[in-house]
Design a binder for this molecule. Structure first.
Ligand code: NCD
Length: 324
């Protein structure tokens, strides 16, 4: 594993199990003094051409917890030489001479893969436009497994902007690696999941239901994954205004779901989950956000300290089985 660019690079449950095991260990270990040299002498560059709260700061937290150092550029669209017309490839070539790993968020689909193609250090895609957000996908899977033990036989309902929501593009592909997964796709007709993803999920054996309303599927749902309508992707604000209030989760609706179900959201939310839902026992989105740190600690260890990560995973698998 050199770069993390797309959920497509993970071909089986086994490939992501080690990541999940290590993330579980980091979550269960609150004694950071025992791990704060794992990235000693490593420098990680975080370069974000689009806004971010969780992804950038949880990555940076993860680096610091592991004893590494960060060089960071937020507002990279205006604060790097991109503003002068430098290509993403040239920026990546230069950063590869400074850091040991780079994490990039960029508004153009496939742009992070272009950066990786010229980089001799690992590159992590922290969101490429409407493409993918694979580390969010992995932390979503970690969160579901933490709550349910597996994804096998679960019913996942994705709601909102399925066309432009890069997080769920990754999450859905990873969920499809599990057995007997039912996926409900609830969106306005103009914001359906890209056809190539539907074809792929169907080929992988998922049961797919495409819906425009959610009333009929809430009762059977184990995981309700809400998303923000991605306003910044609309060229015509009138089209955004037509869909912006389509799905608003209230406690009345949430309580129609199974008692054991959970509500997820990659965040930020705008108005799609009413604040009253935050105290519903199903609300899991802030725990999900916190899990980003542990999952990213695991990924950074695997990419920057692979030999140690093999040892940790082998040794600590036994501890995880004792803990669970
Ligand atoms: C998302 C993103 O940037 O794609 N946020 C995140 O990384 N957790 C979701 C969004 O902006 O709606």
């Amino acid at each position: 594993m050199q770069h993390i660019l797309s959920a497509q690079q993970f071909k089986s449950q086994a490939e992501i199990n080690d990541i999940m095991t290590m993330a579980t260990l980091f979550k269960n270990n609150t004694d950071y003094s025992s791990i704060n040299t794992r990235l000693a002498n490593k420098i990680v560059a975080t370069v974000f051409f689009e806004p971010s709260t969780r992804t950038r700061l949880s990555f940076e937290t993860a680096v610091l917890r592991l004893g590494g150092k960060v060089i960071s550029c937020e507002n990279a669209q205006t604060n790097t030489s991109a503003a002068k017309g430098e290509t993403i490839e040239d920026t990546a070539r230069v950063l590869a001479g400074y850091a040991d790993l780079m994490i990039i968020r960029h508004p153009e689909k496939n742009s992070v893969a272009r950066a990786a193609s010229v980089s001799d250090i690992p590159v992590i895609n922290a969101g490429d436009g409407i493409g993918e957000h694979p580390t969010q996908g992995l932390l979503d899977i970690f969160t579901i497994i933490e709550r349910f033990g597996s994804i096998d036989n679960l019913t996942l309902t994705f709601v909102g902007d399925l066309k432009n929501g890069r997080t769920l593009h990754s999450t859905i592909q990873l969920a499809a690696l599990y057995d007997s997964v039912t996926i409900n796709l609830v969106s306005p007709a103009s914001l359906t999941l890209p056809a190539e993803l539907i074809t792929k999920l169907t080929a992988q054996g998922c049961i797919i239901n495409q819906l425009q309303t959610w009333d009929s599927c809430l009762a059977a749902t184990d995981v309700l994954y809400m998303t923000r309508i991605q306003k910044e992707r609309f060229t015509d604000i009138r089209q955004y205004n037509q869909v912006k209030n389509h799905y608003i989760l209230t406690n009345e609706l949430a309580n129609k779901m199974k008692y054991s179900s959970i509500i997820m959201h990659p965040l930020p939310r705008v108005n799609e989950i009413e604040p009253e839902v935050d105290t519903n026992h199903r609300a899991y989105y802030f725990e999900q956000g916190k899990n980003g740190v542990y999952l990213r600690m695991a990924l950074l260890t695997m990419l920057l300290n692979p030999l140690e990560s093999i040892n940790i995973t082998l040794l600590d698998k036994q501890k995880v089985s004792v803990l669970s």
